[in-house]
Ligand binder design. Structure first.
Ligand code: SF4
Length: 756
């Protein structure tokens, strides 16, 4: 794992700054990080890294690192350093007091797709099995819950069927609602390479904003925000009208469904539904920049290519009808047979390194237990209780609060103690002005465990300093069902500790304060284990060996010992050691295999069929209509606001904002405005501009640029400056299925306030 070179030892691990999961090596000299480089043998990135990945190590020893536990009695008070023993004692007392006085659901854990799988798993085990609450949530709710809902409702199982392997085999890329060039740069490089190498390859980009991704597109469909469900149905219209579908594929593998009752309908009924979306009508809905001919052309490319891969992310997921939009993308793949074969996949991109691994798979959301088990199913709860050796019925049957409900409950004073780990909801929640009032309540005790101060630590009573990446050992997933191990390479600064140690020690104190041996039982298997390696390994073993067995994310073969041998980890399912040593499963459903095969491995081949979990073992094509966003522009608030990402920064800039090269490249957020709109409003480049919604206001410099379509402005969301935190402005409407907020669209007014 480590190689000597000019006094530098290179330690293999994963990059933690997005969901691509690039395999990297951290250079360490004299116990300090000195560089980072890609691993050429890794199939995730073939040695490439983007500028975020290349530079992130520079914040590891930043002077702002949290290095001692900090406590203040009142939120108006001043923090003082305390010992770990005292800190965990206070955290245990406050949680115990809340449970005793207000019940088990008065406490909550809010985690992160940046936490290691072992961390998420242990937190949720103590919360559910110990404190008997399913108030376990995480920030992946804010970015990929609609993708989960889409996969579950269309394919009957979460996470993509294929992966990056399909990129080099595809002939058509349909990129919708994703600025892949900036948000997933290393994957974008693979797409560019594929296009340069093969002139047949087409790239379609569907997005209201002209982005770096649009610039390589053969066709950029630039439409009014929120009209893409019409586009997707119109593409299906063309596919049916021109008989571009693969009837033998969908009649073998799919059924058609509609409504809340999931009623099965005929292909003829689906055809009738889609007949309402002729391209001419869809083009009118989508606004003047897209023509009916454009829609026809991209539908033909999609359907007739030798392999089509769709890629999307927040533009589709962060929507009031995000699940429906996901369904409509999957529909196109099922109708045309662009699925279950090399070079074809419906591949949702994930923003954080471990949203898929720890949170989606390890039980990090309020309605799911480890191994993709639903909280509401008694049999599945009992399986988990048995694995943990705790009494039957200990895990409550009611799912906990989803993210927006959790922070509404904080606002309402229903939650009395909340632990926020490795994330900053004070900046990342939509309409954050509203929810920050709850975080400021004196009767809500807040623990923040993190590496840097954030907007959220400003509301904390107790701040716990945690070890950073490469300062601890554990596993990250990534977009394509891949699990990769990163081993501790350097010591954390000061008294910072890995979260697994923190939770274990906290749980022991909780058990004694509540006089509850079951809480102690939750961490007993890990007692006394050394925190740098033995402890996370034991947690990983418990999770994979006891709770993924027979599940679709079976990881029994992917032990630490195996993961350490692999350049690029293992794709689940990987039920045996031999299977894991081959890299696991490249495609989880494969055409031609027995769809009635159960979720057990049928062979050690990397291509297998792990059939959809729908009762009829079929993929489902959904009838989903066009639906407007929750808040449309009107006379008072005439512009659409859309938010997004840029290449230099990530999340709340707590890390990238502390890397000089990245900060210099993009020091503050700005508002992008179309030149025609800027002219009408008398706005010139660099003018200070007010962007105001019904919820809040930002003042930002203007970037006059043809990127956003007329009638829309765009602001990147990373900036944590109080005047430029765009989530003060965004709307907290949620998708009724996935509960993911509609960050992507709201109505604002825009006016010039001063010159540059
Ligand atoms: Fe890291 Fe993502 Fe960049 Fe890869 S693409 S180096 S995972 S930030």
């Amino acid at each position: 794992v480590a190689r000597a070179e000019e006094g530098i030892r290179w330690h293999r691990g994963s990059c933690r700054l997005c969901g691509v999961g690039c395999r990297v090596e951290l250079g360490v000299k004299n116990g300090q990080p000195v560089g980072l480089r890609g691993v050429p043998q890794a199939r995730t990135n073939f040695g490439y890294v983007c500028m975020k990945g290349m530079h992130f190590w520079k914040c590891m020893r930043h002077a702002d690192r949290l290095t001692r536990p900090l406590y203040r009695e009142k939120k108006t008070g001043t923090f003082r350093e305390i010992s770990w023993d005292k800190a965990l004692d206070i955290a245990a007392s406050k949680f115990a007091e809340a449970v005793t006085a207000h019940g088990n659901d008065s406490v909550a854990y809010y985690g992160s797709g940046q936490a290691l799988t072992e961390e998420t798993y242990l937190f949720q085990k103590v919360m559910r099995g110990g404190l008997q609450t399913n108030n376990v949530e995480g920030n992946p709710r804010l970015c990929m819950a609609s993708a989960v809902g889409g996969y579950l409702t269309s394919f009957g199982a979460d996470e993509p069927i294929g992966g990056y392997d399909d990129l080099e085999k595809a002939y058509c890329f349909f990129i919708i609602g994703s600025n892949t060039a900036e948000a997933h740069p290393v994957l974008f490089r693979r797409i560019m390479r594929r296009k340069l190498d093969n002139p047949e390859v087409k790239v379609i980009n569907a997005d209201p904003r002209l982005s770096q991704t649009s610039r390589i597109a053969d066709k950029h469909l630039q439409f009014k925000p929120g009209t893409d469900l019409a586009l997707l149905n119109a593409m299906a219209y063309v596919i049916i009208e021109e008989k571009l579908y693969d009837q033998s594929f969908f009649s073998t593998y799919a059924t058609f469904r509609k409504g809340k009752e999931k009623k099965e309908v005929s292909f003829d009924e689906y055809k009738k539904f889609v007949a309402d979306y002729p391209p001419e009508k869809a083009a009118r809905i989508m606004g003047g920049k897209v023509t009916a001919d454009d829609i026809r052309e991209v539908a033909r490319w999609f359907a007739t290519s030798k392999g089509t891969v769709s890629l999307w992310t927040m533009g589709i997921n962060q929507r009031k009808r995000g699940v429906w939009a996901n369904n409509l993308i999957h529909n196109l793949h099922i109708l045309t047979g662009q699925l279950l074969k090399p070079g074809a996949d419906s591949l949702s991109l994930t923003g954080q390194p471990n949203a898929c691994g720890g949170v989606r798979e390890g039980g990090g959301l309020c309605h799911i237990l480890p191994g993709h088990r639903l909280v509401k199913k008694e049999k599945l709860r009992n399986q988990v209780e048995e694995a943990w050796g705790i009494p039957k019925g200990r895990i409550p049957p009611k799912p906990g609060y989803h993210t927006m409900a959790m922070f509404s409950a904080v606002n309402a004073g229903k939650i009395k103690a909340i632990w926020i780990n490795c994330t900053s909801p004070a900046q990342s929640l939509p309409n954050c002005n509203l929810y920050n009032k709850g975080l400021a309540r004196e009767d809500v005790f807040i623990v923040c465990s993190d590496i840097f101060p954030t907007r959220t630590t400003e509301y904390a009573n107790l701040i716990l300093p945690t070890a950073f990446h490469f300062e601890k050992t554990g596993v990250y997933g990534c977009t394509e069902r891949r699990s990769q191990l990163t081993r501790k390479a350097i010591d954390p600064p000061g008294d910072a500790k890995p979260e697994v140690w923190i939770v274990r020690e906290w749980a022991k104190k909780l058990a004694s304060k509540l006089n509850d041996p079951v809480i102690a039982q939750c961490v007993k298997p890990f007692d006394g284990l050394e925190e740098g390696y033995e402890l996370p390994r034991a947690i990983w073993n418990e999770y994979t060996q006891k709770l993924t067995k027979g599940r679709d994310n079976d990881l029994q073969g992917a032990t630490y010992e195996v993961l350490e041998q692999m350049y690029d980890g293992v794709q689940w399912p990987a039920p045996t050691r031999a299977h894991a040593l081959k890299g696991g499963t490249v495609k989880k459903f494969v055409r031609g295999m027995d769809p009635m095969a159960d979720s057990e491995a049928t062979s050690d081949l990397p291509y297998q069929f792990y059939g959809p979990a729908h009762k009829d073992r079929k993929l489902w094509v959904w009838l989903r209509p066009q639906a407007d966003p929750e808040e449309m522009p009107d006379a008072e608030y005439p512009f659409y606001l859309s938010t997004g990402r840029i290449i230099d920064h990530w999340h709340t800039m707590s890390m990238t904002g502390r890397v000089p090269e990245l900060l210099r490249a993009n020091p503050y957020a700005y508002v992008e405005i179309n030149p025609n709109d800027a002219k009408k409003l008398g706005i010139k480049p660099g003018d200070m501009v007010e962007v105001r919604s019904r919820r809040g206001v930002n003042v930002l410099p203007a970037k006059v640029y043809e990127g956003p379509i007329e009638g829309m402005v765009f602001v990147y969301w990373h900036d944590q400056h109080p005047e430029r935190m765009i989530n003060k402005v965004t709307k907290d409407a949620i998708d009724p299925g996935s509960k993911e907020p509609e960050f992507k669209i709201c109505a604002v007014k825009v006016k010039r306030v001063s010159g540059p």
